[in-house]
Design a binder for this molecule. Sequence first.
Ligand code: PRX
Length: 632
Amino acid sequence: MGNFADFHARSIHDRDAFWAEQAKWVDWKVQPQQICDYSHPPFAKWFVGGETNLCHNAVDRHLAERADQPALIFVSTETNQEKTYTYRDLHAEVQRMAAVLQDMGVVKGDRVLIYMPMIAEAAFAMLACVRLGAIHSVVFGGFASHSLASRIEDASPKVIVSADAGSRGGKVVPYKPLLDEAIKLSAHKPGKVIMVDRHLAAFTPVAERDVDYASERAKHMDAVVPCEWVESTHPSYTLYTSGTTGKPKGVQRDTGGYTVALAASMPHVFEGKPGGTFFCTSDIGWVVGHSYIIYGPLIGGMATILYEGLPIRPDGGIWWSLVEKYKVNVMFSAPTAIRVLKKQDPALLSKYDLSSLQALFLAGEPLDEPTAKWISEGLNGKAIIDNYWQTETGWPILSICNGVEKAPSKFGSPGKAIYGYNVKLVDDQTGEELTGANQKGVLTIEGPLPPGNLQTIWGDDARFVKTYWQTVPNKLVYSTFDWAVRDEDGYYFILGRTDDVINVAGHRLGTREIEESISSHPNIAEVAVVGVADQLKGQVAMAFAIAKDTSGLTDLAGRIKLEGEVMKVVDNQLGAVARPSRVFFVSALPKTRSGKLLRRAIQAVAEGRDPGDLTTMDDPAALQQIVELVKA
Ligand code: PRX
């Protein structure tokens, strides 16, 4: 045990020595020559000259000591499957997948898009890509054809790996038709599509393009595909995320920095030990799934649970039963999931032996106090650790680091700045640093961003600089786009986004994307989408739209009909995750005299709050309409 303040200070003030030490958690083929090259800010290069491989560190390096230990535990309460892959099994499966990818011509630097449900083959595909030095881009299975198409177009994959279907709450969710439609929409066409056929939904393969994974795999049962050693700065993957503009950003991650960051986070943040079990309930389509279903636990030599299903099926005790059965030590989930469980019979929590569990980590959205208290009591005072981060950072920015020094949590706070992060709160107007306690500012990070954080936006360095580094006046700092305060003990409290990003059940969505989708309905002239506070999901999207032809909207039935049509458009284009909870029809939207949409004011009244200063508003009646609609 050390002293966290010293540990953090050293990571900033003696940066290279600190990270040189952390680099020892990783197996290198060639040792790094330089720890951090920050000669071209804000672009940081970590462990320059070093050569390594992410798959080697996650799989192969463990074979000597733990070949027969569980590595991947696949559990589906949708298809009633349960299968444990040891490190030896995982090694074999990853090589089979890698051999199939090689047959399709995939080599180092090629992109492979993965659009899959939560099945073991998704993990094999990710690991097989990085094994070959190919760059994977996993697209969340809940996204529909339009979202998928824009990602296919931007990533331009040589190959796509997909499946016939997912399943949710016992209902089959076909993936193939959405994929076919997305490929049709995209200007870029993949050479091959590898289909994992779960026999859940029948489909017709596209001749010359679609290949059946089972048949291809059968040709490579004894595959030996060595890891391709890549430069530390070689991209390992891209992962698309939402921002202010409609076009999603491909967050690009390196190899060496990411491997070091995750490897170091296992002991320092999560106290995960080799041979233990990690259960992260996220989805591989999100950053939490990348880092803490797949890479982090495996790099740390742990077993990881990949779970397909709902938290309440067959009943609300399913996750706890898995904790008991697999002796889970570290669990990672999202506040929304805990709020869902909170509605279930509390006896389900005491039904299972949870003695193996050390801590429950929660991230992705604000953790409200009642939920934190409920789960803390339910787990008999075990540590509940709120941690704050972003797709861009790849691993937590704020947390308690019990592996460095035990520290108490404060309800409502994700803790302090983690080692490596030089966090500053700044005034959004002047860029001035706010050093006092309890001052509200934008949470920023001074460069270089620590290892594991995004290198750039895929194919768009200028957008990387402009988006993240040029929003705070007079300062080159990375903006998280989150408001925060810090108390006298250095604990941060997150107060919400500064931009148009909303957070629905821990899923990050851009309101502009949803607006663009709604606007594609032929009868929609204009629309504003805002995030509105919701008891269960944290936030939900709510839309206020102006119809071109209002003749059908004179009665409730007409309004319901158009609302349903609009929701269907969003479902089909973006996916049900982005579907607004309500679509209200108005005759005007509140704007400033210069024509800027007053989103904050709309959001405030939609939440029943005072909209604040409205002196610049052009037409007060427009806002009044919204007040009345929401009240009704
Ligand atoms: O607004 C913050 C919120 O989620 C955003 C990042 O979302 P995403 O890119 O999907 O990455 C999630 C990785 C955990 C942040 O900008 N957020 C994330 N964690 C927290 C949070 N808000 C409050 N408390 C948190 N612990």
